[in-house]
Ligand binder design. Structure first.
Ligand SMILES: *Cc1c(COP(=O)(O)O)cnc(C)c1O
Length: 400
């Protein structure tokens, strides 16, 4: 039975349009890397680009690089490269700061755009913790009441008091994909603004921000976008909101004329309004280089492979792993699944430790979730089969 699945994996890999992308990444054949949803792998060409940035742009050109090497305009330029990956027309995406900081900018910005009589902010009750912590502080700062609601219950929680709702597109723990078009429409029907966190969807599936009328969004670049540890996040502000977007962190980089150094603040036009202070150029330029791996890759193709990979992995798990040993908490329905598979088992900590020792790298979400992220640009069907086989060995106490 293992031979059947190995043969299937080989033929799926042979037909995979994205198979050639894997060699663009620094990966070793001994390891199945299923943690690209936490830290994407390194594209091979990035070290050479960084050596040039450090030695020539910084080392030789020094201050001239802000202009001559395009450092000053990097946040807008890199934002423009991320925009098509999330379905945004040019001029609405800016790169800089962490996701946490951008959640703050987006949520306070949304509340300031909303009708002032509205006194509630809704937050996804299953959110990645940082969004919840920041939402609580944003609510306190803006004098609003924070209401937690499960994304599925959002339509009931929304009402005339809602100013904005902050929702995760894909649940980081279970891999559940939430209904962005439907929830955004419900938020709008209530007269409120929809703020989406795309950390686990940007680079994994089509988001179509413009098409669905999303108001503001934030996302990570070190997960499926492979920007490197701590790579700067992105902020999307829909064009119709840009003129009214009032950033709670109006640093000098977001000024209409930063080098006039005037005491009074005047916000820049466009997405630059989302900037704060001097950008972290080394991380920015590593991200910019890393985005080359997307050239000529439609997100739809990535999504199709992602679903095929997670379907195949689940099938291998069902075939290899003794019945009842693990339970998948990731939805079976394609429309409800992100690009990861989460399996629950009581001894998850020990199991993940052993998996990593045997070259299958996923991660643990305490107490009992084994998380396996599938990055279609570099994970193969053979990887999925091997991961399930090693998992079955570990769960059955077989030695590797
Ligand atoms: C990974 C992740 C973050 C990370 O925030 P940082 O500020 O980069 O640490 C935030 N939100 C979600 C939903 C995430 O998955």
């Amino acid at each position: 039975m293992s031979e059947d699945l190995e043969n299937r994996a080989a033929s799926l890999d042979a037909r995979d349009r994205l198979a050639g992308r894997r060699e663009l990444f620094a990966l070793d054949d001994g390891v199945v890397y299923l943690d690209g949803n936490s830290l994407g792998a390194l594209p091979r060409h990035v070290p050479d680009r960084m050596a040039d940035v450090i030695s020539r742009e910084w080392g030789e050109l020094r201050i001239r690089s802000w202009d001559e090497s395009g450092w000053w305009t990097a946040p807008e330029r890199i934002g423009a490269r991320i925009a098509p990956l999330v379905g945004a027309a040019p001029g609405q995406v800016i790169v800089g700061d962490s996701t946490s900081v951008n959640v703050f900018k987006a949520l306070v910005g949304a509340v300031r755009l909303a009708d002032g009589d509205r006194d509630e902010i809704i937050v996804d009750a299953t959110t990645f913790p940082t969004d919840g912590y920041i939402a609580e502080s944003a609510a306190r700062l803006t004098g609003k009441r924070l209401v937690a609601a499960l994304p599925g219950d959002l339509p009931d929680a929304l009402g005339p008091r809602t100013a904005a709702a902050l929702v995760n597109h894909v649940d980081y723990r279970t891999g559940r994909l939430h209904d962005l078009p439907g929830i955004t429409a419900a938020v709008h029907a209530a007269g409120a603004l929809a703020v989406w966190d795309l950390c686990h969807s940007a680079g994994a599936l089509p988001v179509d921000l413009d098409a669905h009328g999303v108001d503001l969004a934030v996302g990570c670049t070190y997960k499926y976008l492979n920007g490197g540890p701590g790579a700067p996040a992105f902020l999307y502000v829909a064009e119709r909101h840009l003129p009214g977007f009032d950033s709670p962190l109006p640093g000098w980089n977001s000024h209409a004329d930063p080098f006039a150094m005037t005491p009074g603040y005047a916000a820049a036009e466009g997405a630059a309004r989302g900037r704060v202070g001097t950008p972290d150029i080394l991380s920015m330029l590593a991200l910019e280089a890393a985005l080359d791996v997307w050239d000529g890759v439609p997100v739809e193709v990535v999504r199709a492979k992602s679903l095929a990979l997670t379907d195949f992995f689940l099938e291998c798990v069902r075939t290899y792993v003794p019945e009842g040993r693990v339970t998948s908490v990731t939805p079976e329905a394609h429309g409800e699944r992100g690009s990861q598979v989460s399996l629950c088992c009581a001894d998850a900590h020990a199991v993940m430790k052993e998996l990593i020792a045997r070259g299958v790298v996923g991660d643990l979400r305490r107490p009992d979730v084994l998380r396996f992220g599938f990055t279609p640009l570099y994970v193969s069907f053979a990887d999925a089969e091997r991961a399930a086989r090693v998992l079955a060995d570990v769960l059955s106490g077989r030695t590797g």
